[in-house]
Design a protein around this ligand. Structure first.
Ligand SMILES: NC(=O)c1ccc[n+]([C@@H]2O[C@H](COP(=O)([O-])OP(=O)(O)OC[C@H]3O[C@@H](n4cnc5c(N)ncnc54)[C@H](O)[C@@H]3O)[C@@H](O)[C@H]2O)c1
Length: 446
């Protein structure tokens, strides 16, 4: 995890987190251990619980505990254990947190419900996931957010690496380890074509699967079409697909009604949010039999003998059943560490009780810390070029809404190709206008 090491080196002697008492609720993996050690080297005290009942690496939790950190987590916690662990983390032994690092919002919401008085001490919340961020915005809208919060999920480095590239690498690993499936020619439906969906679709397509996409958002749906995926309603393809993958951040995307109609031996799994995307509770009825065939793999059997293969009981496939590349997690963890440092050290009044994006310059800094791993060398702007573009020579190099230059360049070139043809009709002009507007919207969305 090169950037965390670089942070430690750069902070040698300095302790930007001196006095910080960070309560964390994230996946407890080897990479989180490196983050905890880094935060500690930067001066913080840390106390941690797991944000997912299956993703804890027990050997890591044990090692971290042995190193003197308070960690409350083990693989295979029950729901009750999960909340017990969070409670131990937040409110025990007289230790009171002043910073929160959350992934999914469960810790934050537990504190809101059970220990609202603790927010008097909290200087800020750093939130990692789409769903957690969504909950924070809801709190903010309702006027109930009582401390500043940093949305690291929407920083570009996090979105592109953790959601897109990491899922692109780990979905296949998770499916192979649990089912030994061969992907060529298999029909797969991926629900949601956001970052996680894009990564998952690209990986599956790369191994020869026939991929269908479901979407609610016309822009993401159009992007899926442009990549050559058929955009369908789940009900249209549910009968003949071999694999169903959810990546929406939403709830009950795959329902009992859908699963009653899937074909025998279909694999059902989730790459999106927690355990909400597949309505697993609806499968726990007396008419269906559950058979555990190996760790994280259940056969759910219908009275007529039809069975589906449910992975990780509908929880995150890659985090429960495979490993996630450390390099990707280095980017995420560095973003989290910088957000914690920023909120903890911000002068009074810089951040109000609202949700903020990580400043663009820090996002660029996270990326720059990882470039040496590839022996990548940045081009420096000349004074003249910086003036021409109207930006500072040292960044930030892009406005906050900027996401992906590749897609915009691609759309731009498409527009240029079309406009090179001499068409004067009003309809054609309208078409190009709409196309440009779409390019702008997609650019903002990406
Ligand atoms: N497995 C992992 O390692 C991992 C990594 C990062 C994020 N995530 C999680 O994955 C989820 C998605 O993240 P993202 O970055 O792709 O978010 P995103 O917002 O970019 O994409 C989600 C997409 O799903 C679509 N959608 C919502 N409801 C839908 C429905 N009912 N049917 C079809 N499409 C629907 C949305 O329009 C959106 O395009 C989040 O819950 C996030 O926390 C998982």
């Amino acid at each position: 995890m090169p950037a965390l090491m670089a942070l430690r080196k750069r902070a040698q002697g300095e302790k930007p987190l001196a006095g910080a008492k960070i309560v964390g609720c994230t996946h407890i993996t080897a990479q989180t251990a490196v983050l905890m050690e880094t935060l500690s080297a930067l001066g913080a005290q840390c106390r941690w619980a797991a944000c997912n009942i299956y993703s804890t690496q027990n050997e890591v939790a044990a090692a971290v505990a042995e190193a003197g950190f308070s960690v409350f987590a083990w693989k295979g916690e029950s729901e009750d254990d999960f909340w017990w662990c969070i409670e131990q983390c937040v409110h025990h032994d007289g230790w009171l947190p002043n910073m929160i690092l959350d992934d999914g919002g469960d810790l934050t919401h537990w504190m809101y419900r059970r220990h609202p008085e603790l927010f008097k001490l909290i200087k800020g919340i750093v939130e990692e996931s789409v769903t957690g961020v969504h909950r924070l915005y809801q709190l903010s809208k309702a006027g109930k957010l009582c401390v500043p919060a940093m949305n690291v999920n929407d920083s570009v480095t996090k979105q592109k690496f953790d959601n897109l590239y990491s899922c692109r690498e780990s979905i296949l690993d998770g499916l192979k380890r649990t089912t030994d499936i061969m992907f060529g020619g298999k029909q797969v439906v991926v629900c949601g074509y956001g970052e996680v969906g894009k990564g998952s679709c690209a990986a599956l397509k790369g191994l020869g699967a026939i991929v269908y996409v479901t979407e609610i958002d016309p822009i993401c749906a159009l992007q899926a079409c442009m990549e050559g995926f058929r955009v369908v309603k789940l009900g249209e393809v549910i009968r003949h697909v071999d694999i169903i993958v959810t990546c929406t951040g939403n709830k009950n995307v795959v329902t009992r009604e859908h699963l009653d109609r899937v074909k025998n031996s279909a694999i059902v799994c989730n790459m999106g949010h927690s355990n909400t995307e597949i309505d697993v509770a609806s499968l726990r009825t007396p008419d269906l039999t559950w058979e555990r065939v190996r760790s994280q793999v259940d056969h759910v059997i219908w009275p007529d003998g039809k069975r589906i293969i449910l992975l990780a009981e509908g929880r995150l496939l890659n985090l429960s059943c495979s490993s996630v590349p450390s390099f990707v997690l280095s980017i995420t963890a560095t973003t989290q560490a910088l957000a914690l440092i920023e909120l903890y050290n911000a002068p009074e009044g810089r951040y109000k009780q609202d949700v903020y994006l990580l400043p663009k310059k820090m996002d660029e800094y996270v990326a720059s810390l990882h470039l040496p791993s590839f022996d990548g060398h940045l081009t420096e702007l000349s004074d003249e070029q910086a003036k021409y573009l109207g930006i500072n020579k040292n960044g930030p190099f892009k406005p906050n809404y900027y996401r992906s230059v590749i897609f915009c360049l691609w759309l731009g070139s498409t527009v240029n190709t079309f406009t090179a043809v001499n068409i004067d009709s009003f309809e054609a002009k309208l078409f190009y206008f709409v196309l440009n507007a779409m390019a702008f919207l997609v650019c903002v969305r990406l």
